[in-house]
Each structure stands twice: as C-alpha cells, then as structure tokens.
Design a protein around this ligand. Structure first.
Ligand SMILES: Cc1ncc(COP(=O)(O)O)c(C=O)c1O
Length: 456
C-alpha cells in the first residue's frame, strides 16, 4: 500500500470479510428473496452468495449496509462519470427537484443538454431523449428501418446492446445454436416475438472478409449496421479500423445507415468514440454518463433523418412517446455532469486509466499468473486468460477449455472486495473523475496480492 492514509481508511471495515452470512447485506438479501425473484431486479448486480447492499456514496467511496467502506471502480457500469454525490450534480438535482421533476410540457434543461451534446459530438446534429441505453438502441434501430424502408439490421456476434429484442439477437449464442463461424446464425433471445431473428444478420467480429460478404449479400434489404466500437462483453475488445471501414464501405454501397452504440463507448473520446475513430455514423445511441447518474438514453445523428422521422410539425413518421423522456431532473443532472466533464477532466481520467492498466500489467508479471489487460481511457478489463480474446466463440471456447478461469475470477473479485475495491465481477474497472493516483495504486496492490493468493 503506497498511501498510509488510504490504508488506514480502507482497513476501517470492522474486520468484516466477504462473504459473511451474518452480515446485514446477507440478511437484506434473504429478505429480498421473498419479494424479488432470486432477491434481484438487475442481473448484473447479483453475485453469489449474496450481493453487498449499498447505503451511501461520496466521490469514489461507497459504504455498505455493514458500514464497510470501499472504492467504487465500477461506477454503476459507467454512468457515474464523477462518482457519487458530485456537489455540482447534487446541487443541480436539488434545485431542479424543488421546481419540477417531471411534467407533460417541455422544459429548458432539455434544450441545454441537447445543445451540449450537439456542440460536443460532431455526428450528433440533433438529439431525442429517452430513459435508457436499451431504449436508445431500440429507437435508433426503428429509425433506421423506418427511414430506409428496409427490414434488416446487422450486428456483431456476441456484442451487447441492451435488452431490446432486435439488439439482443446473438448476444450470447452457444455452440448448439450459433451455426457456421463464417456465417453466424441469428439466435434470438428467449421470449422474443417469433421472427425477430429473421430481421437481424450477424457478422463475425473483426472478420473483414466474411463481414463484407454477408453485408453485401443482404445489402438491398439492409437498413443499417449496429456497431459498438468497444465490445464490452468481449472484454472491451476494440473493433478494428479495417473492420469499421469495411462496414462503412458496404453500407455506402447499399445505402444502409451506420448506427454507433456509444452508450458505453462515449467514454472513448472527449468528442465521443466516433470522433476518436474518424467515423461519421448516421445515427447514435447514447446513455449512461450523459444523465449525470440518473436514468437516460438518447438517439442522436443526422438532422435530415431525425427531422424526417420525429418532427411533429411535419407529421412525425415514427411515434416516440415516453412519460419520462427528457424529464427535467435527469436533464439537469446530465447537464451538470457533462459540463464538469470537460477536456481537462477527460484527459486526467484517461491518464489514470493508463496508470491502472500499466499497474495491472506489472501485477500480472510480478505474480507470474496468466492474464490480459484490455481497455482504453477510463475503461479497463482484467481477465485471467492466457491470450487475447478474439471474438465471442473464442471466449466461449477458452472458458470451456479452462473452467477454472471463472472460479479464479470470482476469488479475485472477493479478494478485492475484502481489500476495499469494487469492480465488475467479470473483471471490469470503470473509473470516475473522483479517483486519484492513491486509489488506483491501492487497487493495483490489491490485485497483485489477490493474484498471488490464487490457487495454481
Ligand atoms: C453498449 C451498450 N448498449 C446499450 C446498453 C443498454 O443501456 P441501459 O442499461 O441503460 O439500458 C448497454 C448497457 O450496459 C451497453 O453497454
């Protein structure tokens, strides 16, 4: 531990070790199980034997129901760009809450947040708000289909885009149903309407040749391609520039639209992932950090498309309602958070992300354990596999061949919880501007001791 003050704080946990079935979190979970299926309402926050219940947060610190303090390195799967209770965000929410929370009239904060996004993100010429990234993707897809008058959407096998039926096709296919690697089957989510998969074509990750062939084959019926440039559930795997160029070329050839899902990957650049990658998507799905920690989604993109589809003065072609769309509370929180996330804050945070990645790399070396460090800017992945993950099938194959990877990841996750660090259970670190070098170094030390303690 490099920072004695930090060490002192982090050890102030009352000696409670996770898991402890006598803990208040364990008791709360038992209570939750009576009224929530499996005690849970959001799969990504469950981990066995019980999840830790949070009580409050301040900056990069959170306190759980047993009074244990930890550093939050997950930040609600990215949405908390400034960590918890940033004073400007709290002030904006409090001021707005005392005036209006939601109302069936538009408000000025909606225009202000839209202006910020249009100014900062060059591919966002106009924007429409909704309430989650899932909804943003859903409406971006609908917009592409409605504008093009074509049914098909292309997506990368294994890429997560929220829980909408179209977007969820082939998010986690299995060897039983995924078909030929060069021409993946479209596997629909359980519970989807029949026929959803027929309108989705699935392209293999970073496979330029097969991707081109598949897109070309379906070109005349293709409304657009949905691409997240950094695929989180492949461990923050970047889409290569050759693959992106191929997708753009094929879409230009057939007239389809490029839809960037920057719900997560907006963090890739101050001006968004598309700017960073030199791409100009036609439509974008946004969410997470633009809401200042409150629920949000947004569809952005070309003015001609958005106006033609959504402008009520021209008899909007696409119905887009939503009781809480652009509710002033979220708009105010988003505006405060995004205003404070200026270029200097972005660069500082990216530097801390790099410090973390370098430190994790070094920890792997010192421990002699297999593992890879992935990610960029404030997004980092640590996975205990022995070589880079190429695509979804590669990941599934790697885990099947070495099932102990999952057990070791779980042990490392528990170790980190007991060292006062919260990460995503699968190995994701998502930083906020509230973090400093001291917390990053503490996390690196904790990972090193965790790696050393793992069974061989
Ligand atoms: C790339 C991507 N798209 C869409 C979503 C869905 O966003 P939300 O959870 O706000 O519905 C997520 C959520 O993690 C995501 O990572």
């Amino acid at each position: 531990m490099n920072n004695p003050k930090l060490a002192l704080q982090m050890e102030n946990s009352g000696g409670l070790q996770f898991p402890d079935l006598q803990s208040r979190s364990a008791q709360l979970f038992a209570r939750a199980c009576a009224v929530l299926p499996g005690g849970n309402t959001r799969h990504s926050v469950y981990f066995p034997p019980y999840p830790i219940y949070a009580v409050r947060g301040q900056g990069c610190r959170v306190w759980d129901a047993d009074g244990v303090e930890r550093i939050d390195m997950m930040n609600n799967y990215s949405s908390l760009i400034h960590g918890h209770s940033h004073p400007a965000v709290v002030r904006a929410i409090a001021q707005q809450a005392s005036r209006l929370t939601s109302i069936a009239l538009p408000t000025e904060p909606e225009i202000e947040l839209a202006e910020l996004l249009v100014t900062r993100l060059e591919a966002v010429e106009q924007v429409r708000f909704c309430n989650s990234g899932t909804e943003a993707v859903l409406f971006a897809i609908k917009a592409a289909r409605a504008y093009m008058g074509r049914p098909l959407i292309a997506k990368i096998e294994g890429a997560y885009h929220g829980s909408g039926e179209t977007a969820a096709v082939s998010t986690s296919p299995t060897p039983v149903d995924w078909g030929d690697a060069n021409c993946p089957a479209s596997v629909q989510d359980k519970g989807s309407a029949s026929g959803v998969a027929q309108d989705v074509i699935v392209i293999p990750m970073n496979d330029v040749e097969n991707g081109r062939r598949i897109l070309r084959e379906h070109g005349p019926r293709l409304a657009g391609a949905l691409i997240d440039p950094l695929v989180k559930n492949l461990g923050f795997k970047p889409v290569t520039s050759a693959f992106l160029s191929m997708v753009r070329e094929e879409l230009d050839r057939c007239g389809g639209l490029l839809i960037f899902d920057e719900v997560y990957s907006l963090r890739l650049g101050f001006h968004g992932a598309h700017h960073e990658l030199g791409m100009r998507p036609d439509l974008l799905a946004l969410g997470k950090i633009i809401g200042g920690g409150l629920p949000i989604g947004a569809i952005g993109g070309r003015k001609d498309i958005l106006t033609e589809l959504f402008d009520p003065q021209k008899g909007a072609k696409l119905n887009h309602a939503g009781t809480f769309n652009a509710n002033p509370l979220t708009m105010a929180a988003g505006l405060a958070a995004m205003t404070h996330f200026d270029e200097a804050a972005f660069n500082r945070l990216s530097g801390l992300g790099q410090r973390l990645r370098d430190g994790l790399q070094e920890a792997l070396k010192l421990s002699g354990r297999p593992g890879i460090v992935t990610g960029t800017t404030s997004l980092t992945g640590l996975f205990l596999v022995d070589r880079p993950i190429e695509n979804w099938r590669d990941l599934v194959g790697m885990i099947a061949a070495n099932p102990s990877v999952m057990k070791k990841s779980e042990l490392l996750f528990h170790h980190l919880l007991n060292k006062g660090i919260i990460i995503g259970a699968q190995g994701f670190f998502v930083l906020s501007t509230a973090i400093t070098e001291a917390e990053v170094d503490h996390a690196i030390d904790a990972v090193l001791s965790g790696l050393k303690s793992l069974p061989t």
